[in-house]
Design a protein around this ligand. Structure first.
Ligand code: NAG
Ligand code: NAG
Length: 204
């Protein structure tokens, strides 16, 4: 998975006009129009890579001491793979020959490379450029190992109100309620109602 993501980044870096790189899936949608998304990312001091230190079995519990000294447990991080990085961090990622081999060799199930590699290596290399949070909202409230998938009946104005207003975070070190620019996961059945409601609630 991270291999594929690194290849996507390498390819996108070849275009010198690309300054920011966002990984999304086919089940993600933007929840603001293009100019809002562009301004938010362009004016941000930080890149949106989710990275947190989880002391429990699914966080630090997955660390393998053979990764030292390159990867110290104090820098071990976890986060979702739906990231936004600037050009500098994208180059850090594709250039890396120090950390990747350690993860390939020593992060094996129940350790998952795609949940730890980018947050950890960027926390070691460029901690001051990370917001440590994702800008893609995912709903874990329904429980279970996978986040909620939204279908036809979920697509209402109230649903988007919850995404637009129901959050608190920091943006450029200030409190903000605009925390998420993208949302997942949407089922194909959500497409038609989304197209209908988008001009009113999403502005595009
Ligand atoms: C890991 O970091 C801690 C504190 O930052 C330090 O005391 C320790 O020596 C480091 N361990 C390795 C293996 O580098
Ligand atoms: C993100 O976490 C790193 C340490 O892991 C910290 O140095 C950095 O200041 C944090 N970013 C923000 C915006 O607080």
């Amino acid at each position: 998975m991270c291999d594929a993501e690194r290849r996507l980044l390498s390819n996108a870096l070849l275009d010198m006009s690309n300054e920011w790189f966002i990984l999304l899936s086919e089940s993600c949608i933007p929840v603001y129009n293009f100019s809002v998304v562009y301004q938010y990312i362009m004016k941000s001091k930080y890149s949106y890579m989710g990275a947190f230190d989880d002391p429990g079995p699914f966080g630090r519990g997955r660390y393998n001491h053979n990764m030292a000294p390159e990867v110290n447990i104090s820098k071990w991080r976890k986060g979702s793979q739906w990231f936004e990085v600037n050009r500098k961090l994208a180059i850090n990622i594709v250039e890396d020959v120090t950390f990747y081999p350690k993860f390939e060799q020593f992060c094996r199930p129940a350790c998952y490379v795609d949940e730890h590699y980018f947050p950890t290596m960027l926390t070691i290399q460029s901690p001051n450029l990370l917001a440590n949070r994702s800008i893609t909202w995912v709903d874990w409230s329904r429980g279970g190992p996978h986040p909620a998938t939204f279908g036809r009946s979920d697509i209402t104005e109230e649903f988007f109100k919850r995404i637009h207003e129901g959050h608190e975070c920091r943006y450029n070190d200030q409190p903000s309620s605009t925390c998420f620019l993208f949302t997942r996961k949407f089922a194909p059945s959500a497409m038609e109602p989304l197209l209908r409601i988008a001009p009113k609630v999403l502005g595009f």
